[in-house]
Design a protein around this ligand. Structure first.
Ligand code: ASP
Length: 327
């Protein structure tokens, strides 16, 4: 006898819940069309629905991310077998990674969205929603960390990123590739997620920033953050993790204030490393006290720094948390 799994769909907004109006603008609906799909996969899963938010994802903040995490934990305590979160794609990777870092769950948690709204030709929302449910309802999906399912591919929340403004094949995992795909209604996994550490938090702090380095950069942006409010900063460095030398005095001033500074690469692929010994190179930045965060892009490293600081980490504990590439 097949066991019918109880799946909770948490809707948060985004294109998957929007439609195009007569002027051609993609806009939110009073009634979320994806949340009306209550009979989807009837007989195969028991679908429970929670319309938690109806936000375009640029409106999403860590406060909402924490509410999603708390809703998932409550559902798990109530005996839900798996969770699907629908979300706008612009900040989807940040929410997915926040959940990955903070949820101690073993049940499958899958985040999905759409690139075309509900009434556009070739809309991908319903298909992505269905495949996300299929993944969440499958036993092979347990203990995989939070996953992102879009366009028939399964990605880890940790490494996936949005790579195209409009194409339905936008979500990619540059360095490692997807961990699986969905075919004929079932997930097929061909990679396993390496070790996962979670960090349970009950609040989120503010004033954690992200800056991208560029040729000819000066100190202006760093100077803006040189104040008592700044809690942390991630710098997307050049190449393997280097910055223009002109910025070094301003970076030193932030470090002197004991503001945790994290270095990642602005490159799409690869990891930040302390390779270069010239002025502004990664070796000197590390000696100054910057923490290297390997394998994460800037927006994910910012989420990790924010979570670590919200958990009260500092000093060596924070550095260990940030520099561990496998969580
Ligand atoms: N701008 C939209 C959002 O992130 C895009 C999407 O949902 O795909 O809400």
């Amino acid at each position: 006898m097949t066991v019918v799994k109880k799946i909770l769909a948490i809707h948060t907004g985004g294109t998957i819940s929007m439609s195009q109006n007569e002027k051609g603008e993609v806009v939110p609906n009073a009634q979320n069309p994806i949340a009306q799909q209550e009979t989807i996969m009837e007989g195969r899963v028991q679908l429970h629905t929670d319309e938690l938010f109806n936000l375009p994802s640029p409106h999403m903040t860590p406060v909402e991310m924490l509410k999603i995490k708390e809703r998932i934990m409550a559902a798990e305590a109530d005996g839900i077998d798996g969770v699907v979160v629908t979300h706008g794609t612009d900040t989807l990777e940040e929410t997915a990674y926040f959940l990955d870092l903070t949820l101690p769950s073993t049940i499958p948690v899958v985040v999905t969205g759409a690139m075309r709204s509900s009434n556009q030709v070739g809309s991908d929302g319903l298909h992505n929603f269905q495949t996300a449910i299929e993944v969440a309802a499958d036993d092979a999906s347990r203990d995989n960390g939070v996953m992102v399912v879009m366009n028939d591919e399964i990605h880890t929340a940790r490494y996936v990123t949005k790579t195209h403004t409009t194409n339905v094949a936008t979500f990619r995992t540059p360095t490692f590739g997807p961990i699986g795909l969905v075919a004929n209604g079932h997930p097929i996994y061909f990679q396993q997620l390496i070790q996962k550490t979670t960090c349970d938090i009950d609040h989120v702090i503010d004033h954690v920033y992200l800056i991208k380095a560029y040729a000819g950069m000066d100190t202006a942006l760093f100077d803006c953050l040189d104040n008592d409010q700044t809690a942390g900063l991630v710098i997307e460095g050049l190449g393997a993790g280097n910055v223009p030398p002109v910025t070094l005095p301003a970076i030193q001033r932030l470090l002197d204030r004991h503001i945790p500074l994290v270095l990642v690469s602005r490159c799409y692929n690869g990891v930040a490393e302390d390779i270069y010994g010239y002025e502004g190179g990664g070796i000197g930045l590390r000696k100054m006290g910057m923490m290297l965060c390997q394998g994460l892009n800037g927006q994910k490293a910012r989420i990790k720094l924010l979570v670590g600081l919200s958990a009260g980490m500092k000093g060596e504990q924070l550095e260990k948390f940030l520099s561990t590439a496998v969580s």
